[in-house]
Design a protein around this ligand. Structure first.
Ligand SMILES: Cc1ncc(COP(=O)(O)O)c(C=O)c1O
Length: 420
């Protein structure tokens, strides 16, 4: 079970510890629900990307967990940032990520967003729609990639599959060729191509297929446009393990396969090898994060279903509702006690669908226990809502026996401040 927890997770005297700190102490100091991020897990993931592809540019996919401290930490490892909105661009700038390390995305960028990207001196703006070309040029953007859809159907949830024909992201091949031509005509430097296959990929087959397709497409670009991509940005996508069972490839395996394939495929079409860009999000922060909840009501209902309710739920982690995402968990203050049955972990929200984990073996939970849910570092707090006017949780970064608040808990006053 600890294999889905962060690197530093351990059980000491029956209690879960992360970064050398006991769950009870963290909960007492910072309250619950609490997102605990393990610094070492995040740094090791960033270093694994850099080691597996030393010549690639690695841009952290900010959407996975936008946070100034995390951005600074990752920038210290040589990572840039991939941002998808003005808000994400602003947080990256707040973290002092220089413009030349920024990649700006969005399938519906506003003029304000394009202006901000140009002002920030973003290294690359990724063209995602035909009329964005003129808008980007007018905003003063200098360098672009064109996002294309190779028609690859990644083996992941349909909501996070993005490289198929019919995706709302990117342009199909013929429109991509037109976009490259038009962008060059209006004076933009078209540095290369972008493809994001999808997220939570559990093997490398879609990435291999995409690289093969891209090499053929690059060859077609040369023939038809006398232009070839100098940059190939393959987006993010590597999955993480959420529950014991199917294990995704390691960062090293996944990235080395891509690098090897890119080299051989480009050699086979006799084009100079492009600069590779990767934009990992989930695989950098996903496993680093554990959510601590306090157990409240426990009850058995008809059909002998045993519910254990926690003090958060679909507002701090909507992934079970969005993607039928699966999680596991353990009682952090009674981590070595044997289970006495299977429980349904539900949240505190007024929705019957507010269920986080079905069939979780636990020792009989009691009010006041702490439930730790691992692999919650990506696409949780960033997708959180205030449903039922529940304030969003705090986040702390732990390492070497110390915890640092990196995002304060929202208050009901924060929410009421929006009222007019
Ligand atoms: C363009 C782009 N890049 C990077 C990412 C990060 O993906 P992941 O968190 O799966 O690594 C995403 C996620 O959807 C994306 O859309």
């Amino acid at each position: 079970m600890l294999e889905v927890f962060p690197e530093t997770a351990a059980v000491e005297d029956g209690e879960l510890t992360i970064g050398g700190l006991g769950a009870r102490r963290l909960a007492a100091e910072f309250g619950t629900p609490l997102l605990v991020y393990d610094e070492r897990t995040m740094l090791e993931a960033a270093r694994a990307y850099r080691a597996a592809a030393p010549n690639a540019f690695i841009a952290y996919g900010v959407k996975a967990f936008p946070n100034v401290s995390v951005l600074r930490l990752l920038a210290g490892e040589g990572l840039g940032a991939d941002v998808a909105t003005l808000g994400e661009l602003t947080i990256a700038l707040r973290a002092e990520i220089p413009g030349e390390r920024l990649i700006v995305h969005g399938n519906n960028k506003s003029v304000e967003e394009l202006d901000a990207a140009a002002r920030a001196g973003a290294w690359l703006v990724v063209i995602d729609a035909p009329d964005e070309i003129e808008l980007a040029a007018a905003a003063g953007v200098e360098r672009v990639l064109v996002r294309t859809t190779p028609g690859v159907e990644a083996d992941t949830h349909p909501a996070i599959r993005t490289a198929h024909h019919g995706s709302k992201f990117g342009l199909p091949p013929v429109q991509t060729l037109e976009a490259i031509g038009r962008a060059r005509d209006v004076g933009l430097e078209v540095a290369g191509l972008h493809v994001h296959i999808g997220s939570q990929l559990l093997d490398d087959s879609a990435a291999i297929e995409t690289v093969e397709w891209l090499a053929g497409f690059a060859e077609r670009c040369r023939r038809e446009l006398d232009w070839a991509p100098g940059v190939v940005d393959l987006g993010g996508g590597l999955g993480i393990q959420y529950v014991p069972g199917r294990v995704p490839p390691s960062i090293a395996e996944f990235v080395e396969t891509i690098v090897g394939n890119l080299g051989s495929q480009w050699d086979s079409v006799d084009l100079p090898r492009p600069q590779l860009v990767l934009e990992p999000g989930r695989s950098i922060v996903g496993r680093a994060g554990v959510t601590l909840y306090e157990v409240g009501a426990v009850k058995e209902v008809m059909g002998s279903t045993k519910y254990v309710a926690v003090d958060g739920g679909m507002s701090d982690n909507p992934r079970p509702q969005l993607y039928q995402a699966q999680y596991t968990g353990l009682l952090a203050n009674r981590a070595t006690e044997p289970p006495n049955g299977n429980y349904v972990v539900c949240g505190k929200h007024c929705e019957s669908g507010d269920v986080m984990i079905r069939d979780l073996p636990l020792p009989e939970p009691r009010r006041g226990d702490l439930l730790a849910v691992p692999s919650t570092g990506a696409y949780t707090l960033t997708m959180a809502s205030n449903y039922n006017l529940v304030p969003r949780p705090a986040a702390v970064l732990v390492g070497d026996g110390e915890a640092r608040l990196i995002r304060r808990r929202e208050t009901i006053e924060d929410l009421l401040d929006l009222e007019h």
